[in-house]
Design a protein around this ligand. Structure first.
Ligand SMILES: [Fe+2]
Length: 403
């Protein structure tokens, strides 16, 4: 579950010593400290978040972005009084003088509601032997629940193909009404292409934070559009999935797998200018996928569900689709995948198994224009796996039940 660059062991250690942290706003380390350069006048503010990422039975990853370089931490506890504190440590150094914040809080109690807030203290001046702190900002107190490993059901929402339409997050998630859900899964093409950090903030992080992400985590797998643009290589710095760009996780009766299906055209297509290599990447995922499906957790799970942006069928015959079909579909059949949820085509549909083609149903969400957008709801219980697809006016436009 730990996906940041600090080994879990280190993080556990620092949790034990947190209360000893000094609260001094200026720490001088040397007699030469007074020789610092003039202080930069900045006002710190929260640029994005907090937004919850990978949440497990005993851990949670909380992210946010500050306007100014800061030292940041999370205050948390079982009541609104909080009382505990966690910060991130990498190789002995507490993460600091950074803007994109991530704190993994560990050693939590499974299936429990926690209160938390994020805190960032601006670092105004960072000299080798003198550090000057500025303003401290903090969020309000929110709640989140750790995963209950004994849960008998799992509920989640799927969004796909938002394509830089930030209002869609709220408009689609609110269609869920008051039904319980554990997390939201973003199934690719949230953007048209990657331009800069502001786009990630304005078109994904802020609408998700405002809609649900302070209390429910989201997981995000790329579509073919997230691989495009000058900021595509930085995109992953803003998100924490349980294991990387393609990943698996368990919850209730479900073993879920997220595949990163890559680009839709061949790697040597002129528009990619020689700087993509998705064939090799997909082949590597196929090897990983087979191991995942052979695992005890996958075999003993009641339902095996795959989420991937480009579906293996019903999305034309371009290279991306055909390569996904060739590599992944035989494994889905062989290891009895129960359900595949995709997007990409912008045309929603429910496609039951077809003898000789695919033994698993494929649910494809729509988008991105009004009237074509969908919210997919999945409810997995001990009795059945239920999938609904709602159009953006709330009409049920697809339904599939696996008993
Ligand atoms: Fe799309």
């Amino acid at each position: 579950m730990s996906t940041s660059n600090t080994p879990p062991g280190n993080r556990r250690e620092f949790l034990g010593t947190l209360t000893k942290l000094t609260a001094l706003s200026t720490i001088g380390f040397s007699p030469f400290a007074g020789l610092a350069a003039p202080l930069k006048k900045q006002t710190n503010s929260l640029s994005a978040g907090p937004y919850l990422q990978a949440v497990g039975p005993t851990s949670m990853s909380i992210r946010w972005i500050t306007a100014a370089p800061s030292y940041s931490w999370v205050e948390f506890g079982e009541t609104a009084e909080l009382g505990q504190k966690a910060h991130a440590v990498t190789d002995g150094l507490v993460d600091a003088y950074n803007r994109v914040q991530e704190v993994l809080v560990e050693e939590l109690i499974p299936g429990k509601t926690y209160f938390y807030r994020i805190v960032s203290k601006e670092i105004m001046d960072f000299q080798p032997y003198k550090l000057v702190y500025g303003e401290t900002i903090q969020s309000e107190v929110y709640t989140l629940a750790t995963v209950n490993p004994m849960a008998t059901e799992l509920n989640w929402l799927v969004l796909n193909d938002i394509h830089d339409r930030p209002d869609s997050f709220n408009e689609l998630v609110q269609l869920n009404g008051a039904d319980p859900y554990d997390f939201v899964f973003l199934n690719g093409d949230m953007f048209d292409h990657q331009t800069d950090e502001q786009q990630i903030i304005d078109h994904l992080l802020t609408p998700c934070t405002n809609t649900f992400a302070t209390k429910k985590p989201f997981l995000f797998v790329r579509g073919n559009h997230e691989t495009r643009g000058k900021y595509a290589r930085q995109l992953k710095d803003y998100f924490t999935n349980p294991g990387g760009q393609f990943f698996s996780f368990e919850g209730g009766p479900v073993f879920a797998i997220a595949l990163d299906t890559g680009e839709d055209k061949p790697d040597n297509a002129e528009v990619y200018a020689g700087i993509v290599d998705f064939d090799q990447y997909r082949r590597r995922q196929a090897v990983w996928l087979e191991k995942q499906l052979q695992s005890k957790a996958a075999r003993k799970a009641k339902y095996r569900v795959v989420m991937m942006h480009i579906p293996t069928f019903y999305s034309g015959d371009w290279h991306g689709t055909m390569h996904c079909r060739e590599l992944f579909s035989p494994l889905f059949d062989k290891y009895k995948v129960d359900l595949v949820i995709s997007g990409h085509t912008h045309k929603y549909g429910v496609h039951p198994p077809v003898e000789g083609q695919h033994n698993y149903p494929i649910i494809i969400g729509g988008g991105p224009k009004e009237g074509k957008r969908t919210l997919i709801k999945v409810k997995a219980t001990q009795k059945e796996l239920n999938v609904w697809m709602l159009n953006d006016d709330g009409t049920e436009v697809g339904r599939y039940i696996i008993s």
